[in-house]
Design a protein around this ligand. Structure first.
Ligand code: ADP
Length: 621
């Protein structure tokens, strides 16, 4: 069959361009990537062979072979794993499926060549072979399928695929080393690299030295060794392999559960956000093993979505080796492991959150928004999850626990006050906050999409209810606080406002639910608040944005009796009654309140006209 030439997908071509030209100093990691792929491929075949023994007929001992050839200037990495057929070759080694790749490449931009260390962080997998090679050949045959294929490329935009009759099951990857990379044919060099990066690989890695061959890794699953035998570096390397990540783990949990159900967990909390953290599938990435045989990394029942940032492996002897993916669904055993994992992780987080040296905030800034989904999903765990949460508040610039917030509450304060929005700076300037800030009452500033949802499902904390400051009833006058006497004195007595309020109500009709004098405003003239029992303004906005709500809730317009504008309006209405003609002013006030909420005026054209007229009048007088 004739050779076919195909182009790399644009993203791959871009990535390759960066890889080939990068001055990445740790380019030896290419070997870790290729050994990692080889080991994954063996793992997959071992699992498939549980139900289809014929797939490994004649060659049941999995191994990875490194064959350096000094004379030819090549290094070949051979595995007897699953291999690939033609379609898979083209898809796997011609495109890139990793989510976030495009964003990553864009973010790298032109600085990529200088800051190639970031490439190491992203993990370029197979394509890292081009850091050290002028040309790469992949000779492969897929288990259980006839025929074989040779894939070749110089990494410059295109690759070729041709049928090959000398391929055996698995993949054999030959690197034609660059002039300055010939070191990678040196046996000692290779040994060192394998020890450093791939010692934990559970499949033997054999290194050919002339006629001799020796195993250069420990070849036992890392999680089966005892903790005392494992160095921090080995844990980190294993984390890199198991999670395709390249940061340091923020936390490592290695333990054996014994009792009703037996399993070993080696879990990691990353120190940076994985690329797919906010993918809608909310997929878990834990790898499930049964007696050291890899089963799957796509089992939803193993970990709740709100802990999806965890990486690592779970190995249990209590499931049958040939367990099918279907059998894993709604499996009571997995449910028990899941409960155990959640307990373990929450316990570890509790320990870390109590330890001032643990950099807990680092964890929180990475994963807080995901973790809080647990408040919405797990009604029975509020007591465990809430104390582990950290929040921004009006108290200062730090992250605070609810315990700290509750400890700072005023003696007569019954509720924990909250405000939600999308932007911290914006909500800090909300008019609804003014009175609370003036009285020194702390308000939680919540800016994650999940916040409105968990607030709706969590009743209280230490019997203190959560209450939005945008709800009408949050009655500041009941709270003593320490408002300055000047601010108090400036406020016109409530009585003087009643005529103005009546006039505003008349003018605005059913555009508002109510108009009332406010004690939450100190600077702004007006603000909108939700009526008692209504959803918060931010939640309403989000629901509308996502098409889950039509129309708008009628809101309450609050006016600031201490504001000069309101005072003059009140005086005008008191003097002239209905002759004062405040309809335009009423509508302008309502639009102003909408703008403060980040909303458009109801009728922008009419708003501009009214504002224009008011300014003209102002200039004329
Ligand atoms: P990743 O391993 O992160 O998916 P890679 O670029 O390293 O990304 O590899 C892409 C895909 O190519 C792998 O997911 C796998 O399907 C396939 N692949 C790579 N190396 C091998 C191999 N030695 N044997 C079989 N398939 C392989």
């Amino acid at each position: 069959m004739a050779e076919e030439t195909l182009s790399f997908q644009a993203e791959v071509a871009k990535l390759l361009d960066i890889v080939v030209h990068s001055l990445y100093s740790d380019r030896e990691i290419f070997l870790r990537e290729l050994i990692s792929n080889a080991s994954d491929s063996c793992d997959r075949l071992r699992y498939a062979a549980q139900t289809r023994g014929d797939l490994i007929d004649g060659d049941a001992d999995f191994r990875i072979r490194l064959i350096p050839d000094k004379d030819a200037g090549t290094l070949t990495i051979v595995d007897n794993g699953f291999g690939m057929n033609k379609e898979e070759l083209i898809a796997n080694l011609g495109t890139i499926a990793k989510s976030g790749t495009d964003e990553f490449l864009k973010a790298l931009g032109d600085s990529a060549r200088k800051e190639s260390a970031q490439i190491g962080q992203f993990g370029v997998g197979f394509y890292s072979a081009f850091m050290v090679s002028d040309k790469v050949d992949v000779l492969t045959a897929k288990a259980g399928e006839p025929g074989g294929w040779l894939w070749s490329s110089d990494g410059r935009g295109a690759f070729t695929v041709v049928e090959a009759d000398n391929a055996v099951r698995g993949a054999s990857i030959t690197l034609h080393l660059k002039e300055d990379a010939k070191d990678f044919t040196d046996v000692q060099t290779l040994k060192g690299i394998v020890k450093r990066y791939s010692d934990h690989i559970a499949i033997p890695v054999l290194l050919k030295d002339g006629e001799a061959e020796e195993t250069v890794n420990s070849a036992s699953a890392l999680w089966t060794r005892s903790k005392s035998e494992i160095t921090p570096e080995q844990y980190t390397e294993f984390y890199h392999h198991a999670s395709h990540a390249f940061d340091e783990p923020w936390a490592t949990l290695h333990y054996k559960a014994e009792g009703a159900i037996e399993y070993t967990g080696l879990l990691f909390i990353p120190s940076s956000k994985p690329f797919d953290l906010f993918n809608p599938e909310r997929r878990s990435h834990l790898k499930l093993y049964v007696k050291r045989v890899f089963i799957t990394d796509k089992v939803e029942e193993l970990l709740p979505g709100w802990l999806r940032f965890l990486r690592g492996v779970v190995d249990t002897p209590d499931l049958p080796l040939n367990v099918s993916r279907e059998l894993l669904q709604h499996n009571p055993l997995l449910a028990k492991i899941k409960t155990g994992l959640v307990k373990k992780v929450l316990g570890e987080l509790k320990k870390k959150s109590d330890d001032p040296d643990s950099k807990y905030v680092e964890f929180w800034e990475n994963f807080g928004p995901v973790f809080k989904e647990g408040l919405y999903e797990e009604r029975d765990r509020h007591d465990e999850i809430l104390p582990l949460c950290r929040f921004r508040t009006t108290h200062g610039d730090g992250w605070y626990s609810l315990d700290e917030i509750v400890a700072r509450m005023k003696p007569d304060q019954e509720a924990i006050y909250t405000i939600t929005g999308d932007d911290l700076d914006k909500i800090k300037r909300s008019p609804q906050l003014e009175g609370f800030v003036a009285k020194g009452i702390e308000v939680m500033l919540l800016t994650d999409a999940i916040d409105d949802f968990w607030l709706n499902s969590v009743e209280d904390y230490q019997s203190k209810k959560f209450r939005s400051v945008t709800e009408a009833g949050s009655d500041l006058s009941k709270l003593a606080g320490e408002e300055s006497p000047e601010a108090q004195a400036e406020k016109a007595p409530e009585g003087d406002m009643s005529t103005l309020i009546a006039a505003l109500k008349l003018a605005l009709g059913d555009q508002v639910q109510d108009v009332r004098s406010s004690n939450r405003l100190t600077e702004s003239a007006v603000c909108l608040v939700a009526g008692e029992g209504q959803m918060s303004l931010h939640l309403e906005k989000m629901l509308r944005l996502h098409g889950q709500m039509m129309g708008e809730q009628q809101k309450v317009l609050e006016i600031n009796p201490g504001h000069a504008l309101i005072k003059s309006l009140a005086a005008a209405v008191a003097a002239k009654g209905s002759e004062a003609g405040i309809e335009d002013s009423a509508l302008l006030l309502l639009d102003q309140a909408r703008i403060l909420e980040g909303e458009m005026p109801k009728d922008p054209k009419a708003f501009a006209k009214r504002l224009g007229e008011a300014m003209t009048k102002g200039l004329a007088s």
